[in-house]
Design a binder for this molecule. Structure first.
Ligand SMILES: [Zn+2]
Length: 325
């Protein structure tokens, strides 16, 4: 049944409300301990995936596992066999601007926190898609199987401008959405770094890692996230995913914990409610939109576990693109 479908990956960045607020320069207040992203968003997403019978990986920020209630949720997911990935320890945006030792600490801290709840993470995604050769070196040093931080789009300057508009200020240290050059990166899983693709693509080297780039829309190369998918009705979603599936590439759809959180009351932009990305959307509404996104994605793609896909890519010792289709 699924033989003809290309591979799909569903992933969630579990950015706590404190981390989302920090992204937009808002104070944390009590959102670290009382965190609807964990209490409401994560379970809603988890239930949506279960309902469609598709696996998904949840990328955890290590610091969140300092909270006993969050540890309990994470441990429960591990016990159910859900893949947990590493999303850094403090979710600091602009990882690539830091010294190597700090990058490694961010990754190692989250790795240890995840292991302390029984997880065996093999995948990493940088906060704000801010990845470079040094970040990947740290991922490799942890002996992970894959990185999923590259956003292959030329739109990163525009996305940063939109973000600055939302934050009401430009912060040069808030490096995110990758580099313009990543627009040239492959739009399917690949082994080497984008800037070394020609040199290394032909052979898999020991100690290397697989890159699972974040999916983008066909023409505009907008990221396949809630911001671009929430506005679409079912037929438009079906059309979009079919269009992507026809290309035969493994495709990664990325959601965030806040995509499952009721935002009918402003919780990020106090008193000011941008509609982008569901920042002013009620929980019920989000639930319906999430359901049709996941259902239509699963209709077009054979959704598999990224950890298993990466392991298979290594054991087959072949270039990742050949695994597709
Ligand atoms: Zn994040």
């Amino acid at each position: 049944m699924s033989a003809a479908k290309p591979t799909g990956f569903l992933q969630v960045d579990v950015d706590g409300l404190w981390a989302v607020r920090a992204c937009y320069g808002k104070p944390e207040n009590d959102t670290f301990r009382c965190d609807p992203c964990w209490e409401e968003g994560l379970p809603r997403l988890d239930a949506t995936f279960n309902r469609s019978g598709v696996p998904a990986a949840f990328f955890i920020v290590g610091r969140d596992l300092e909270v006993p209630a969050k540890r309990l949720i994470a441990r429960g997911m591990v016990e159910r066999g859900v893949e947990l990935g590493n999303h850094s320890y403090t979710h600091r945006i602009g990882l690539s601007l830091r010294p190597y030792g700090e990058i490694l600490e961010e990754l190692r801290g989250a790795d240890e926190a995840l292991r302390s709840v029984g997880a065996r993470p093999v995948g990493f995604r940088a906060p704000g898609y801010d990845v470079d050769a040094r970040v990947l070196r740290a991922v490799r040093q942890l002996r992970y199987r894959y990185d999923a931080s590259v956003l292959p789009t030329y739109l990163s300057p525009l996305l940063r401008l939109a973000d600055a508009w939302l934050s009401r200020g430009w912060n040069p240290a808030k490096r995110q959405f990758g580099r313009v050059a990543y627009g040239r990166a492959p739009r399917r899983p690949y082994f080497p770094l984008p800037w070394k693709v020609r040199k290394e693509a032909k052979s898999l080297q020991r100690g290397s890692i697989l890159e699972l780039p974040v999916g983008t829309t066909p023409r505009l190369h907008l990221p396949l996230t809630a911001a671009s998918l929430f506005p679409l009705g079912r037929s438009r979603l079906r059309q979009l995913f079919q269009q992507l599936a026809e290309r035969g590439r493994p495709t990664l759809l990325l959601l965030h914990a806040i995509d499952g959180v009721d935002c009918s009351q402003p919780i990020v932009f106090d008193g000011r409610r941008p509609t982008m990305g569901g920042f002013a959307m009620a929980g019920r509404d989000k639930e319906q939109r999430l359901r049709r996104i996941v259902e239509e994605f699963a209709r077009a793609f054979d959704v598999v576990r990224a950890d298993e896909y990466a392991s298979a890519a290594f054991s087959q010792r072949t270039a990742a693109p050949r695994l597709s289709a």
